[in-house]
Design a protein around this ligand. Structure first.
Ligand code: HPA
Length: 277
């Protein structure tokens, strides 16, 4: 039998998810390291294991789950990805973004991406949250490399409005309301799983990056392609290599993420509540 096309696969995954719901989902959230817990505050949750969704990849990273949780947050119908797919796990860029294509197929046009990242700014602190206003990707891979499906989006497309300025403003206003200081900056993608070298961090700083991490950028590119309204927020869980003397380890990242989690969750709930069309 002929192999199913990418479009057919997405449709099959979306149709499977549709069987569980009789309402429209408005917002999709991809929860980064340590933030999976937000999904626990979802009301009337419907939980679907990635492994049960036809064609869906499966997540293996520490601190990550492998479930979709669908339900209500702050009065809005949302789907949370509890656990995402990373390049360092061996997935290719398109597979990492597979869920974003499925969300689009479910007619979801609002997306929040969260992650943990290393801080490049000596004047900022571990535990700070940063709204991603732009990104740098030197890794040559791209989720849209290969066949283009014109029904999804154009072959070439603008990236200047990838991160919604309306959503950045709203996130700042919501942070202010709960007295949570928030940064804005540029996120640079590195493939991992090795943390960066001190020289790489110096380079990233010189290029204009404020934070470094191993996720988000492929998903942001896909969201831009699919014309989704995107907000991305990073939790600066550690000073990047060479910015402080501390030796990096993954537990530090998970622990720092845990400390800001309650505030981060509060912020996300407020943003979801106020996100209008
Ligand atoms: N580098 C890359 N990814 C990360 C880091 C870092 O310092 N911290 C959390 N994710």
């Amino acid at each position: 039998m002929e192999e199913k096309s990418f479009l057919e696969k997405i449709e099959i995954s979306a149709d499977y998810i549709k069987k569980f719901i009789d309402f429209d989902i408005e917002i999709a959230l991809v929860l980064g390291s340590g933030l999976g817990e937000l999904a626990q505050s979802i009301e009337n949750p419907i939980v679907i294991n990635y492994s049960d969704i036809p064609n869906f990849p499966i997540s293996t990273a520490p601190g990550h789950y492998g479930k979709l949780v669908i339900g209500e947050i702050s009065g809005k119908n949302v789907v949370c990805m509890q656990g995402r797919f990373h390049y360092y796990e061996g997935y290719d860029a398109k597979t990492i973004c597979y869920p974003i294509f499925v969300f689009n197929q479910l007619n979801i046009k609002k997306l929040i991406l969260t992650n943990a990242s290393g801080c490049l700014r000596r004047d900022w602190n571990v535990g700070d949250l940063m709204i991603i206003e732009d990104h740098i990707k030197l890794v040559s891979d791209n989720p849209l490399r290969g066949i283009n499906y014109e029904s999804l989006g154009p072959r070439f497309f603008d990236m200047s409005k990838t991160y919604s300025s309306k959503m950045m403003k709203l996130a700042c206003a919501c942070a202010k309301e709960i007295n949570l200081p928030i940064r804005k900056g540029v996120y640079q993608f590195f493939s991992g799983p090795s943390f960066e070298t001190a020289a790489e961090i110096k380079m990233a700083s010189a290029l204009g990056a404020d934070a470094t991490g191993m996720s988000t950028v492929f998903e942001a590119i896909t969201a831009s392609y699919l014309k989704m309204e995107l907000l991305a927020i990073s939790c600066l869980t550690n000073m990047a290599t060479g910015i402080s003397e501390t030796i990096l380890d993954e537990n530090e990242v998970i622990e720092a993420g845990k400390k800001v989690k309650p505030q981060f969750i509060k912020l996300l709930k407020s943003i979801i509540n106020k996100w209008e069309n």
